[in-house]
Ligand binder design. Structure first.
Ligand code: CTP
Length: 250
């Protein structure tokens, strides 16, 4: 077993946070990370996984919620701000929120408004669940975030398709004009994709070509999650049974 797989096994059956023994494991949630470039179809892939796991308690956490709010000074020069750089996110808050959920407690996460580039009230309450899906452009970038995950997915969609979707979405849903979208894409979105997002693909267990159009890949992923959740329950009853995580690519 390689060290990454071993770490994930330990993640699943680590001792209770309150100091309980390892022979009475806490049933930790199964955490899935879904990364990919802008407008690659991450949200649709997550929705498809959630709807196929209808008999499980599943929650979706968006990395977008952890965007840092811009100051008034930054807002005045918003066209110079790189929203695709890892520093644009409050990763410490993301990690502590994931840790709270992982130990079975509800957590309040910020509610980010893309039109004003700030978090707004009310915050969103996320309840604990059996499966937690963490979705966002850079969820596979930081090793501390990756280490919380039992399964890592990268949605790999053609960049022309992504740009076309991004223009459509940003003008319709995020109150932008085409010129600004293209400007931001050339200045920040594309270079950051190449520098940070694309290199994070090597950490994925599963790469989905064509995103949400790939029904076969999504079926296989859901089947794999179900198998793991079954083993999860087996370990709850027989704590000495170990789960071996496998790595696969579609
Ligand atoms: N972004 C922005 N303005 C902000 C904050 C973020 O334009 N105030 C942009 C960033 O440039 C980044 C993108 O939002 O590229 C991240 O969102 P994206 O991944 O495109 O959204 P999803 O809906 O999750 O994408 P998908 O279609 O893959 O589901």
């Amino acid at each position: 077993m390689d060290s990454e797989m071993k770490k994930r096994d330990e993640n699943q059956y680590s001792p209770r946070p309150n100091g309980g023994s390892q022979s009475t494991p806490l049933k930790l949630p199964f955490i899935i990370g879904v990364a990919g470039g802008t407008a690659s179809g991450k949200t649709t892939v997550c929705d498809m996984i959630i709807s196929q796991l209808h008999d499980q308690r599943v929650v979706l956490v968006n990395q977008d919620a952890f965007y840092r709010s811009l100051t008034n000074e930054q807002l005045q020069k918003v066209s110079e701000y790189n929203f695709d750089h890892p520093d644009a996110f409050d990763t410490e808050l993301l990690l502590s929120s994931m840790q709270t959920l992982r130990t079975g407690r509800a957590v309040s996460i910020p509610n980010y408004d893309f039109k004003i580039h700030k978090s707004v009230e009310p915050a969103r309450l996320v309840n604990p669940a059996d499966v937690i899906i963490l979705e966002g452009i850079l969820v596979l970038h930081d090793n501390r975030v990756r280490d919380t995950m039992n399964m890592k997915i990268f949605v790999d969609t053609d960049s022309d398709v992504r740009l076309a979707r991004r223009i459509q979405r940003d003008t319709v849903e995020r109150g932008r004009n085409v010129e600004n979208v293209l400007d931001q894409y050339a200045k920040f979105v594309k270079p950051s994709f190449e520098e940070f997002i694309l290199p994070s693909k090597k950490h994925a267990d599963v790469i989905i070509p064509r995103g949400a159009d790939n029904d076969v890949a999504i079926d296989l992923i859901v089947q794999h999650i179900r198998t793991k959740l079954g083993q999860h329950d087996l370990c709850k009853i027989y704590p000495n049974v170990f789960v071996i995580h496998s790595t696969f690519q579609i």
